[in-house]
Structures are given as C-alpha cells and as structure tokens.
Design a protein around this ligand. Structure first.
Ligand SMILES: *Cc1c(COP(=O)(O)O)cnc(C)c1O
Length: 354
C-alpha cells in the first residue's frame, strides 16, 4: 500500500526519560487514513503530529462510534526496538470494529501501517528501565450527518507517546474496590470490544473508588452482579488453593493480550489455569478462610499489578499480607523479560522494528 510521509520541519526535543508519565507527551508524527463505503481505505499518510479538524455533526461526537488499541514498542539493551504480539492487537481491533459497525482493516495492511509508523517514530522509544513507546491506534465514525446508522465514513489514526515506568518506586500492590452498583458491560453489549464508550460508562464508579482511596474498580457481571469480570483497564487472576483462576471470556470481558500471555506462560510451565465462572461468594469464602493466595490484574500498561487489598460492600480483605505473591512476581519477570528482550522469547511473541 502507498503511505505518504510528510516529515515535520520542526522536530521536538526528546523528553527526559525520568519524567515521562503516561500519555502526556506525543511524538513528532501521527498516522491517519480515511474510509468511505464507496472507496474503502484511502489517503494513508504520516503527517506532523497536530490537531485534527472534525465536522460538528461527526458521528463520533454524537453516537460514540469509537474503538482503540494499546500496545508498546520496547527498547532492548542492544538498542533494537521490538513490538509484543502486535498481530493480536490488529485482530482484536477488527473484532471491535465488527461490533461497532466500523470498517475492517486487512491484517497485512494494518501490520504494514503499524510497522511503517513505528519505524518512523522509533527514535522516540526511550531506553530507561521500564520505559517504552506506547502506541495508540484508534478508529472513529466520521459521517457528517446526524442520521443514526452504521457509518459510511471513518477515520483511522495511530499516535505514539513515550511512557514512563509503571513502577517507579517498585511494584506496590494496589487496593481494589469491588463495585456493587454500576456495571461495565453485559453479554450482547460491547464489553468484549475495546471501545471508548465502555470507559465513559465506567468513570463514575472509578471516581467513587478513588475518593475512598482505591486505585481501581473490580466489576461484577451485569446481570446477576454475582460473578467476577475484570478490573478497570485490566483483566484479573487469582490463585486459590494452588489453582490459577481467571474469569472465562463470556462476551462482557475484554480479551486482554496480557491475560492470554499469562495463561500461555503458566500452562507451558505446568500450572493449572481455569478459565471459568468465579462468584463473589466463592472469592469471599477464599478470602475468609485464607485459601486466596494471590490476586493480580494484567494489562499492557502495568503488565502485572498485584492486588494487596480487596473491598466489597463493608468488608475489607488483605491479600497475601499486602505483598506481591510468587506467581505474580514470576509472571511480571517473565513477560517484562520477553518484552524488553532480557530473556529468550521461546513463544515467538516479539517482532523486531527495522
Ligand atoms: C485494554 C484492556 C485490557 C487489557 O488488555 P491488554 O491487551 O492486556 O492490554 C483489559 N480490560 C479492558 C477493559 C481493556 O480496555
């Protein structure tokens, strides 16, 4: 495919890698292409990073037709830059697009776009411990009419942001609040799609949890409010009596690539991993009788995030004495080891950027 590249004539200074934060600094360029039903994808271009112009009636502003992805480019000790399972992000984006009636992007074409863009912005990949270049592909409906229907015009973009280490002060277990009122998603809805609307609907519970000193919300299923689903922007796993348990992908849970990778690592090492229903009663019982050994969230941003405290209604439970558990630490070391090229990638998950 033809990707036009218009380089900036005012490259920015690269930031100090000690104070990157998350998603605050953007690179010199962005990728953008347009879609129409009649012509398909067109005008693929890499242009200087900047504001975009939208028609005030643009679909995304009124009816929320938007999906996104999140993945990282990692700088290895030898200076090379690599991606982690990017094809999984591309496939998931097409699944999300299908749910939101947004257009598909051919897998090979999407991979070419992603790698061309990352090659262009590669120098922005920081090298300090735990830092990376976060890539944010996203797509939105962009019809210039208020009519409600599946979109005829869409825009696909990728922006990139050098991000700091998630764990600057070491891995500290987080406090999580189990949400008993609001729900994130229901089966048949958009829970399995990575779409902005899911986040818009989650913010209220997230705010309430934050005010009480909790860092994220653990969602229960939307029908019975009985089964564990996932944490804010992470999937969740537990070690109960030696068994690794994670909620099965029921349609209302986001199929995380970190979740999938954790399962594959653990299974390859002989652990029993059960993807099944896990009720709040079962979890409460395991917390009360001490059989809950570890709990952690998993997602691209943090990789693995140990849960040190869980609150449900008026009860507060401490997990593993508020310390990171053995399996959690092992998963963190293994996945980050593969991502930053410190250990052998026997799964073939990494892809070098030219
Ligand atoms: C992105 C996301 C995850 C984690 O997915 P990864 O592919 O592991 O980064 C989990 N839950 C939600 C709601 C998400 O949006």
């Amino acid at each position: 495919m033809n990707i036009e590249i218009i380089k900036t004539n005012a490259p920015k200074e690269k930031p100090d890698s000690a104070n990157l934060g998350f998603g605050k600094i953007f690179t010199d360029h962005m990728f953008i292409m347009d879609y129409s039903r009649e012509e398909g994808w067109k005008n693929a271009r890499i242009v200087p990073f900047g504001r975009i112009e939208l028609h005030p009636a643009s679909t995304v502003l009124h009816y929320g037709s938007e999906i996104f992805e999140g993945l990282k480019a990692y700088r290895r000790a030898d200076g090379e830059v690599q991606l982690f399972r990017p094809i999984e992000n591309i496939r998931r984006m097409n699944n999300s697009a299908d749910r939101l009636c947004l257009p598909q992007i051919d897998e090979d074409m999407a991979m070419e776009i992603l790698t061309t863009f990352v090659e262009c912005e590669k120098d922005w990949t920081p090298s300090a411990e735990g830092t990376s270049l976060y890539l944010r592909p996203f797509m939105f409906g962009n019809d210039e009419t208020l009519g409600v229907h599946a979109v005829h015009n869409a825009t696909f973009m990728i922006i990139a942001s050098p991000v700091g280490s998630y764990y600057k002060e070491g891995i500290n277990p987080v406090k999580i609040m189990i949400e008993a009122d609001d729900v994130r998603a229901v089966r048949g809805g958009t829970g399995y799609a990575k779409c902005g609307g899911n986040y818009a609907a989650s913010n209220r519970a997230g705010e309430r949890a934050e005010q009480k000193g909790y860092s994220q919300v653990l969602w229960l299923d939307g029908v019975e409010r009985k089964y564990i689903e996932e944490v804010g922007a992470m999937n969740v796993m537990f070690k109960i009596n030696g068994e690794i348990v994670t909620p099965a992908l029921s349609g209302s849970i986001l199929p995380g690539i970190t979740r999938k990778s954790c399962i594959e690592v653990l299974k390859s090492e002989g652990y029993t991993v059960s993807e099944r229903l896990l009720s709040i009663e079962e979890l409460e019982k395991a917390m009360e009788d001490g059989s809950l050994e570890e709990a952690w969230g998993c997602g691209t941003a943090a990789v693995v995030s140990p849960i040190g405290e869980l609150a449900y209604k008026d009860k507060i439970f401490t997990v593993n004495g508020g310390k990171i558990g053995e399996v959690t630490q092992h998963l963190y070391d293994t996945l980050t080891g593969i991502q930053w090229g410190k250990i052998e990638d026997k799964f073939g998950w990494t892809q070098l950027v030219k």
